[in-house]
Ligand binder design. Structure first.
Ligand SMILES: [Zn+2]
Length: 368
């Protein structure tokens, strides 16, 4: 009995420690948000509106109203990404059974990799066209840690110790992972974050001359008071650039229908393999010949980010809508959720019914 109680206490302590470990940065982010809020409302409110400087009142009220509206939307978007889970997989997913599939995969793999063909011929059409996407990507896989089957694109998230649909990455700033279920909310959060931070930097920058002096040259924020305002402009600008880069990267990935995980481990693997094969056949200075050979492979198999990507849906716009929803009016509305059926995922018709890459000559006629 004592042992059971001890084990329960250890488990509780572990879960509390895990919670603190994953969520402490969220507390830090909340502090930055509070700092940002007060730096604008106090500086502008006290400095421009209450002191009633010439021309400052109208500017101050405008900044306060616009900032508070943007700030409310931003807080809602942060709440959404904090509380909406990434899409943890439960045992309700049952993989489809494909008899004889393993044998077929084996035959196809042997045909298409063909890496034993290391001849010295200079015609790139005889070099081994690389096998673009592993069939396993499309298969259900078994997670031995969660002890359940998971659909394609799912991966084990070691921070939560659970498998996640369309796993993208673990984000310490929100204290959880980004996956198929909350990816839209993540992009929405980044968008509003950039909007609020940019507005803060611009609003403080524009009102800075009025804040530090009045008609008597003795402003509330003159002298030592300048420090916090300059600090707030610097911090807001830094995070606006940092988050802006992240937002740009996620828009780019959404338009390519790739997750960060797939981009880092799958597309990059294909490119590394291409580069390794090319380096065996060409000297380092034969750049043009290497490019011609790579272009030929891309023609035969499709670019690994677009036509050769299993999840590519014909156009960047369609890929974007798949993640963010078909209605542009709700793309950046916090908590609004696109219809995203994770069990019935669409995939690139250039691939066969088992998710294996086909050569251009085998693509459906309208796509060749
Ligand atoms: Zn797992």
């Amino acid at each position: 009995m004592q042992c059971v109680r001890d084990a329960n206490e250890v488990a509780q302590t572990n879960s509390v420690l895990r919670f603190i470990k994953t969520k402490w940065i969220v507390g830090f982010v909340v502090l930055i948000i509070i700092f940002d809020y007060f730096s604008v409302t106090v500086a502008v409110g006290v400095g421009l509106v209450t002191k009633n400087r010439a021309g400052g009142f109208g500017l101050g009220v405008t900044i306060l109203v616009v900032f508070n509206v943007l700030f409310l939307i931003f807080c809602a978007s942060y709440a959404a990404i904090l509380f909406i889970h990434p899409g943890y997989i439960t045992n309700s997913f049952i993989p489809a059974y494909h008899p004889g599939r393993a044998a077929q995969n084996k035959d196809k793999d042997t045909d298409r990799t063909g890496t034993s063909n290391h001849s010295n011929q200079s015609d790139c059409t005889t070099y081994p066209p690389t096998f673009r996407v592993q069939a396993t990507q499309f298969d259900a896989t078994y997670c031995s840690q969660c002890q359940l089957w998971r659909p394609p694109r799912a991966h084990h998230d070691r921070h939560a110790n659970r498998c996640v649909w369309e796993f993208d990455h673990y984000c310490p700033w929100i204290g959880q992972s980004v996956g198929g279920h909350n990816h839209k909310h993540f992009v929405t959060f980044l968008f509003w974050c950039v909007v609020v931070l940019s507005f803060t930097a611009i609003a403080l920058g524009v009102s800075y001359p009025s804040l530090i002096s009045d008609e008597h040259g003795d402003g509330l924020w003159s002298g030592r008071g300048r420090g916090p305002i300059i600090g707030a402009i610097a911090v807001s600008s830094f995070f606006a650039f940092f988050v802006g880069g992240l937002l740009f990267n996620h828009i780019w990935l959404a338009c390519d229908s790739l997750t960060t995980f797939e981009d880092m481990f799958e597309v990059r693997t294909i490119r590394a393999r291409d580069a390794s094969i090319l380096s065996k056949h060409y000297d380092p200075w034969q750049l043009q010949a290497k490019k011609a050979c790579k272009d030929h492979w891309y023609y035969v198999w499709g670019n690994p980010r677009t036509e050769g990507n299993l999840w590519w849906l014909e156009s960047p716009y369609r890929n974007w809508c798949f993640r963010m929803g078909a209605n542009p009016l709700v793309w950046f509305v916090p908590f609004a959720k696109p219809h995203h059926d994770l069990l019935n995922v669409e995939y690139n018709p250039r691939f066969d019914q088992w998710g294996r890459a086909r050569m251009r000559s085998e693509w459906p006629e309208y796509l060749r």
